[in-house]
Design a protein around this ligand. Structure first.
Ligand code: 6PG
Length: 257
């Protein structure tokens, strides 16, 4: 079934971060105007650091930080001060630099040795925050995502159990190739969002990105992110876009695929 995704190809990382920051602020202002708060799930890895830094450096009056609530789409099974922690990266790049109340920040307690217990605790956090009824999924205003060279997104990796999860909100997903658990929001939660926005840069992702945009397959978990009643936005730099067909490489467009 065709799906209308918004594909924006930017000239390099600074332009990509600027476009993503503008989208973030627009969505935040609109959500706060209409319902008094903006709920966003942050992604990890390295690409989003530049976006978080840019947001932290905006004039503080331009972003109503006190009405923004931060969650995480995924996390590594490490303490919050560990170099690999997605929370630590966001805290250092942004959260420690802006006037956001501590109670607006909901990190995954990934220091917990029992990974399944930590995942279930985060599900409880989501259930309480979004006042969810049993079987209901939270609707985040924005979920930021990245994509690995293997087509994973959040911590839904090819060949892992999280791929088939249809009811849980958050799982501790064993990733054999990492020999580690990763915490991840599940695909139903990603696809229940009002906006899923990918930030993808680098030539090493070019071929897999073309595959992801052209096929929906479990081999490429990022291809399974298609919000049922929301926007799908791809913020891509020219290097990552270098294998896309010409009709997709001309700046901003909505592509059905
Ligand atoms: C993580 C991320 C992961 C990331 C991709 C892309 O915890 O690592 O959530 O899904 O987004 O691996 O990472 P880069 O943007 O650093 O390439």
């Amino acid at each position: 079934m065709a799906f209308a995704a918004e594909i924006r190809i930017l000239n390099g990382l600074p332009e990509l971060f600027q476009a993503a920051a503008s989208e973030f602020i627009t969505l935040a202002v609109e959500a706060i105007r209409s319902k008094g708060k903006f709920c966003v799930a942050l992604s990890g890895g390295s690409t989003p650091r530049g976006l978080y830094t840019l947001l932290a450096n905006q004039p503080q009056h331009s972003i109503p930080w006190e009405k923004i609530y931060f969650l995480w789409g995924d996390e590594r099974h490490v303490p919050p001060d560990h170099p690999d922690s997605n929370y630590r990266m966001a805290y250092e790049a942004m959260l420690s630099k802006v006037p956001i109340p501590a109670e607006n920040i909901f990190r995954i307690h990934a220091e917990e040795k029992d990974a399944d217990a930590a995942a279930r605790a985060y599900e409880q956090t989501l259930t309480a925050f979004f006042h969810l009824q049993p079987g209901e999924f939270p609707r985040l205003d924005l979920i930021l995502l990245g994509m690995g060279p293997d087509g994973h997104t959040a911590s839904v990796f090819p060949g892992t159990r999280a791929l088939h999860e249809k009811t849980r909100l958050v799982v501790a997903n064993w990733v054999e190739k990492l020999n580690a658990y990763r915490f991840t929001m599940t695909l139903p939660v990603l696809n229940h969002s009002a906006c899923a926005m990918f930030l993808v840069s680098g030539r090493d992702k070019a071929n897999v990105l073309r595959e992801v945009l052209e096929h929906q397959t479990e081999e490429l978990p990022a291809s399974l992110v298609r919000p049922t009643n929301g926007r799908l936005v791809w913020m891509i730099d020219q290097e990552a876009a270098s294998a896309l067909p010409a009709q997709l490489r001309g700046g901003s467009r909505v592509a059905n695929f």
